[in-house]
Design a protein around this ligand. Structure first.
Ligand SMILES: NC(=O)C1=CN([C@@H]2O[C@H](COP(=O)(O)OP(=O)(O)OC[C@H]3O[C@@H](n4cnc5c(N)ncnc54)[C@H](OP(=O)(O)O)[C@@H]3O)[C@@H](O)[C@H]2O)C=CC1
Ligand SMILES: O=C(O)CCC(=O)C(=O)O
Length: 419
């Protein structure tokens, strides 16, 4: 019996089953590697602007503590639950291990629609969430970062709340902060840049010329917008983008800088153009060279996987592809090159690691140094994944996850039973 439930958690379990079988992990060791070490559920009372009090449920799941502190984002979203947060924490573990960071995985969430509360209420909620988490987090215990529905400002409130409690400034308690409050240059762009960097690498290997290539991006938040901008700046035509308000399609290519300005002012892509509106569900199966899902989990199911018409599937989001869809993608791996989520979007946590290191040392790097080192780590992990997939004749997802799980397992084995 477990408190974790739901389709996203089931997906993480199913994926782990595939990896555990591939690595021949004995049955009695599997639960120890898979099940989270700690899960915290809290309620966060917040004074609403109208004088009433609303209570929001919040979570933090710390998957394993074997390699160092846990690390991962905090999501503010209406449907988030403990099962989803646990799955995201587990994926963080495989991701951090794959790219060689000294962290276990964690993830947090608050069940709230951030668009439905005022900025003052958002600040109250963010501060209360961190305040409730103080006994369970720390720069050497668990380090938070942004995820869906949170941003640099929320991280600044988290950091400030923790620091007030400590009686001194503790910038290293969270990453993804504003640069003015101890953040690193290049973190805001890091995840989308990493997605674009790996995509360009694959395009080069497949002989797809940037100037004549097309891309579709689902989600126009932190990850999607920066991935789109990077690809656009490389000459790739971004023919469709979407967010939760709808989708835009232009086969001649969208003006991404103009769309970014619009989204920056209006908070979404809505109202940018009536003529270019398109069915959001249909953008995933548009013919294109590159498809970047950069929004929520489980958007590519078996039916969509059958109908994908891209050559590169660059998973910016966590868990966008269901295990059933994965089986289809395996049969199509000579047509569609998959860059799996735990590698594709790992630039974010890699640069968060750089931020943590800089904060601990109080020694700050130039942005080109940050990005150069980010790409170096991504390139190394990409090479390892491709080599492993070829050697064992397995999919890119299985190879990437196997490399991550293997490292966590080896660390647990050498440390003994309990960490
Ligand atoms: N931020 C980071 O550094 C990292 C994020 N990720 C993952 O990337 C994904 C996106 O995160 P991030 O960009 O930070 O989040 P943001 O909140 O910045 O952006 C999310 C985007 O997805 C859109 N969206 C939400 N639901 C849907 C939907 N059903 N269909 C289409 N678009 C939708 C949102 O639209 P709207 O704004 O209109 O609500 C928004 O444009 C998540 O899976 C996250 O876990 C992974 C690694 C690092
Ligand atoms: O930057 C981080 O620490 C974590 C980012 C994140 O939540 C993710 O990679 O899914």
């Amino acid at each position: 019996m477990t408190v974790y439930a739901g389709p996203v958690f089931d997906m993480a379990v199913q994926q782990f089953g595939v990896i555990a079988n591939h690595l021949s992990i004995p049955m009695d060791e599997r639960e120890r590697i898979l099940m989270p070490k700690r899960a915290i559920t809290i309620s966060c009372p917040v004074h609403r602007d109208d004088g009433s009090i609303a209570v929001f449920e919040g979570y933090r799941v710390q998957h394993h503590l074997t390699l160092g502190p846990t690390k991962g984002g905090t999501r503010f979203a209406p449907c988030v639950d403990i099962g989803e947060v646990a799955a995201l924490a587990i994926w963080m573990s495989w991701k951090c291990a794959l790219v060689g960071l000294p962290y276990g995985g964690a993830k947090g969430g608050v069940r709230v629609d951030p668009q439905s509360i005022s900025i003052r209420e958002l600040e109250g909620l963010s501060r209360r969430y961190m305040q409730e988490m103080i006994p369970f987090v720390g720069p050497h215990t668990d380090v938070m970062a942004p995820d869906m529905g949170t941003n640099e400002q929320v991280m600044a409130w988290f950091m400030d709340t923790y620091s007030m409690y400590q009686g001194r400034t503790v910038t290293e308690i969270v990453t993804g902060k504003p640069v003015s409050s101890g953040g690193t240059l290049g973190r805001r762009e890091a995840t989308g840049r990493g997605v674009a960097h790996l995509t360009r690498r694959v395009m080069n290997e497949l002989g797809i010329a940037f100037g004549s290539a097309t891309a579709v991006v689902q989600g126009f938040g932190n990850v999607g917008s920066h991935a789109a901008l990077e690809l656009y700046n490389s000459g790739v035509k971004i023919i469709a983008v979407s967010d939760h308000t709808g989708a835009l399609y232009d086969r001649k290519g969208l003006d991404i800088p103009a769309l970014l300005r619009h989204a920056g002012t209006h908070g979404s892509i809505a109202g940018y153009s009536n003529q270019l509106q398109y069915d959001p569900a249909a953008i995933l199966t548009l013919p294109c060279d590159v498809l970047v899902p950069a929004a929520v989990e489980r958007v590519i199911d078996a039916h969509i996987a059958e109908n994908l018409k891209c050559r590169v599937l660059a998973e910016g989001a966590n868990g966008p592809t269901t295990p059933e869809a994965d089986l289809i993608l395996e049969t199509r791996q000579h047509e569609i090159f998959l860059i799996p989520d735990i590698l594709c979007n790992s630039g974010g946590v890699v640069v968060s690691y750089f931020e943590w290191v800089q904060d601990l040392q109080q020694l700050f790097w130039e942005e080109d140094e940050v990005t150069r080192r980010e790409y170096q780590i991504l390139d190394r992990a990409f090479g390892q994944m491709v080599d492993r997939a070829k050697k064992d004749n397995i999919s890119h997802r299985t190879a990437a996850m196997a490399l991550g799980v293997e490292k966590v397992r080896a660390a647990k084995a050498t440390r003994g039973l309990f960490p």
